[in-house]
Design a protein around this ligand. Structure first.
Ligand SMILES: Nc1ncnc2c1ncn2[C@@H]1O[C@H](COP(=O)(O)OP(=O)(O)OP(=O)(O)O)[C@@H](O)[C@H]1O
Ligand SMILES: [Mg+2]
Length: 229
């Protein structure tokens, strides 16, 4: 147990309700979670349990209906839009379940984007992005657009994009969901390596084998979090 580290994520009593034409759907039900610096936590749960919704809240992409959320000490519910954008750009790397790659950009350009947003020079951004894509085995697919890549390759481009700027916090939503078992192992190894280097990582998954590779597992079911499965 690490009592001395910095608290990166402190979410308290998070509720997310979606209003549909027919009903109110409580998708996150009183979720509290703390994540300390350099933790490597899996959030494990079945389809529809609220995992992606939770990632969107923790990643400041969506606000909870109720609750409190402090990210690295910042009160997210009180933060302004530009402050939230700044946090997303500089502090968080996202691996989205559906990749969210820009279709008209090449793999290389997609991976360069977070660096360009931060003001890194284009030549430098290109070199760093190439390096990350090569690390993920895509050195020979740099100019391919997303629709010219397999699902697993798109997944790896999205991992490269998430880690290219060395964000202190990595949120990965089913990062191995579209990978064969070999690429899946490689992807987890990359996350482990990043964690060794000091990154704080949250992996969202329905896969026990992925969760087993992390340092800590919490379970989500019907929008509720628990320490036991
Ligand atoms: N915008 C929305 N409006 C209404 N309901 C939604 C919305 N987004 C998600 N839901 C519902 O919330 C529940 C949780 O969805 P979520 O995407 O968080 O699940 P998940 O655990 O990520 O599932 P999966 O493993 O299949 O990706 C689902 O029942 C879904 O239908
Ligand atoms: Mg999901």
């Amino acid at each position: 147990m690490n009592n001395n580290g910095r608290c990166i994520i402190d979410a308290r009593n998070i509720v997310k309700i979606y209003q549909t034409p027919y009903e109110e759907l409580k998708v996150l039900d009183d979720i509290s979670i703390k994540v300390m610096e350099n933790d490597f936590t899996a959030i494990l749960g079945p389809s529809g349990s609220g995992k992606s919704t939770l990632m969107n809240v923790l990643g400041c992409l969506d606000l909870p209906t109720m609750g409190e959320y402090f990210l690295d000490g910042v009160d997210i519910l009180k933060a302004k839009d530009d402050q939230l954008a700044d946090i997303r750009n500089n502090k968080i790397g996202f691996v989205f379940q559906k990749f969210n790659l820009l279709p008209r950009l090449s793999a290389l350009q997609n991976v360069m984007l977070p660096l360009l947003y931060r003001g890194v020079e284009e030549d430098e951004a290109r070199e760093i992005a190439k390096e990350k894509l090569s690390l993920l085995g895509l050195g020979d697919r740099l100019t391919h657009r997303p629709n010219e890549l397999s699902g697993g390759q798109q997944q790896r481009v999205s991992i490269a994009r998430a880690i290219v700027g060395n964000p202190p916090l990595l949120l990965a939503d089913e990062p191995t969901g579209n990978l064969d078992s070999k690429s899946s192992k490689d992807a987890i190894e990359i996350l482990k390596e990043l964690n060794k280097e000091g990154n704080t990582i949250i992996v969202i998954t329905h896969d026990n084998e992925v969760a087993e590779q992390t340092k800590k597992v919490v379970f989500i079911r019907d929008g509720r979090l628990s320490q036991e499965g």
